[in-house]
Design a protein around this ligand. Structure first.
Ligand SMILES: Cc1ncc(COP(=O)(O)O)c(C=O)c1O
Ligand SMILES: [Zn+2]
Length: 428
């Protein structure tokens, strides 16, 4: 891990040695999120776009193809591999497909629309990228218990990936999280504390209990390594486009850790000389959970944001006080991107559009990027010649109730051929 040089507080800029701090800046508490610093000269000698394409056959088709850019010890990863066959779903995290979709381009009125489908991960959401890194850190620190609070996906991801690794996961989720996400936790053997309250309350309870009982904590935007796992989606987008930088990337934003990770990926690649520009990052928030959008619009410092009561059908991007607000705001401002706010209705409308045009089944937060693109085009933010990527962060099977809300129920018929004929007459 000689390529990691320190951890830098996003509030005061103080840099700490990796061994000195586990989570946040001691001076700034939960606001003082730490950003992992790298020695780019060292990394340049270890990996490059050329080395990745030359080893196309042997480079892992997972996030681990970027191990030299991650804050993990490669020996720990190697210890989980038997040399012939992957021995754990950890090895299938990442390298999700990126599809160019002409139907969506035409519908949205932009030159090129790509869909990256992170719903195809082991636990069916982008969160696996972060949980994989969290678990390697827990192994490195020899911690047997890992805890996390989550709107649902980070938790189900942690539960899925910790299963069979000999690490127990303790999860705090809002009791109102979609059933499928809770089922994933239970099936994978997590200890589940379903909090009769909000995600923000679950987050605080998890932090307090982790400190009290000495568990390793995976909370988003508290554990500095989560955004590092999430940044791999940015590397993949760039590599899958032949190391071309898209004009914009649309992503759903709750706490802001994913968009912060995308920003980090493109900053890394710029620093390494792999790319020569940044994409504009477009953070899509649900109107009922749009603290970052509102602050950005009114030019309020993200550290001065007051908590709101968040309500949206897109449970994964429901956050009353976005924890990674500093990084998320910097991601948008420094790339000359924008936040976009979309209603629940617009999010629901986007679900069948992605399904019908692209064959991608997204949960509400995963469909929000398409709703955001539509809105950004209609408000003149995006020009027709642009190449945009929609990052679908979660699978629609996670929240079937919302999916059915977006389409309506199917036609039920009597089990007779007359009923088939009659139904076909009305359906076609
Ligand atoms: C499917 C999905 N999309 C988007 C997000 C938002 O990520 P962040 O909270 O890092 O902004 C999440 C987070 O839970 C998620 O699960
Ligand atoms: Zn600080």
């Amino acid at each position: 891990m000689d390529h990691v040089t320190g951890l830098k507080c996003v509030v005061c800029g103080e840099e700490y040695d990796v061994g000195d701090v586990v989570y946040v800046c001691p001076k700034h508490g939960a606001d003082g999120i730490l950003d992992v610093q790298y020695d780019y000269a060292k990394i340049q000698g270890r990996v490059s776009p050329r080395s990745l394409s030359d080893s196309a056959q042997s480079a892992p088709r997972s996030i681990w193809r970027y191990t030299p850019l991650l804050p993990v010890d490669p020996l720990i990863l190697a210890g989980l591999h038997d040399g012939r066959q992957p021995v754990h779903p950890l090895f299938s995290v990442g390298w999700t497909p990126l599809y160019r979709n002409p139907q969506l381009s035409e519908r949205a009125g932009v030159a090129e629309v790509y869909v990256k489908n992170d719903g195809l991960m082991p636990s069916a959401s982008l969160k696996d990228r972060a949980s994989a890194v969290a678990l390697l850190k827990a192994l490195e620190l020899e911690r047997e218990i890992i805890a996390g609070a989550s709107t649902g996906n980070a938790a189900s991801s942690l539960a899925t990936l910790s299963a069979s690794l000999g690490i127990r996961s303790i999860i705090f989720v809002p009791a109102a999280a979609p059933q499928a996400k809770i089922a994933q936790l239970l099936v994978c053997g997590a200890t589940v504390l379903a909090v009769d309250g909000t995600y923000d309350q679950a987050f605080d309870l998890c932090l307090a209990a982790s400190t009290k009982y000495g568990w390793y904590n995976r909370n988003t935007a508290y554990n500095p390594y989560m955004t590092e796992g999430k940044k791999t989606a940015g590397y993949e987008i760039c590599e899958q486009l032949g190391w071309q930088v898209p004009d914009r990337i649309f992503v759903g934003v709750g706490d802001g850790c994913i968009i912060g990770g995308l920003h980090k990926a493109f900053k890394d690649m710029l620093a390494l000389g792999w790319t020569d520009r940044m994409p504009r990052l477009m953070g899509v928030q649900a109107a009922g959970s749009a603290a970052l959008y509102s602050a950005w619009k009114q030019r309020i410092d993200p550290l001065d944001i007051s908590p709101i009561e968040a309500h949206t059908i897109a449970d994964s991007i429901s956050a009353g006080l976005p924890r990674d607000r500093v990084k998320a705001t910097r991601a948008v401002v420094e790339t000359d991107g924008a936040f976009v706010s979309v209603s629940d209705e617009e999010i629901l409308d986007a679900i069948p559009v992605l399904g019908r045009d692209a064959g991608v089944f997204a949960e509400p937060a995963g469909a929000a990027p398409y709703a955001g693109l539509k809105k950004a085009v209609s408000s003149g933010l995006v020009s027709p010649h642009e190449r945009v990527v929609l990052l679908v962060t979660g699978n629609g099977l996670k929240d079937v109730a919302s999916a059915i809300k977006s389409t309506g129920s199917p036609t039920v018929i009597e089990p007779t051929s007359e009923a088939v004929d009659k139904a076909l007459d009305t359906l076609t």
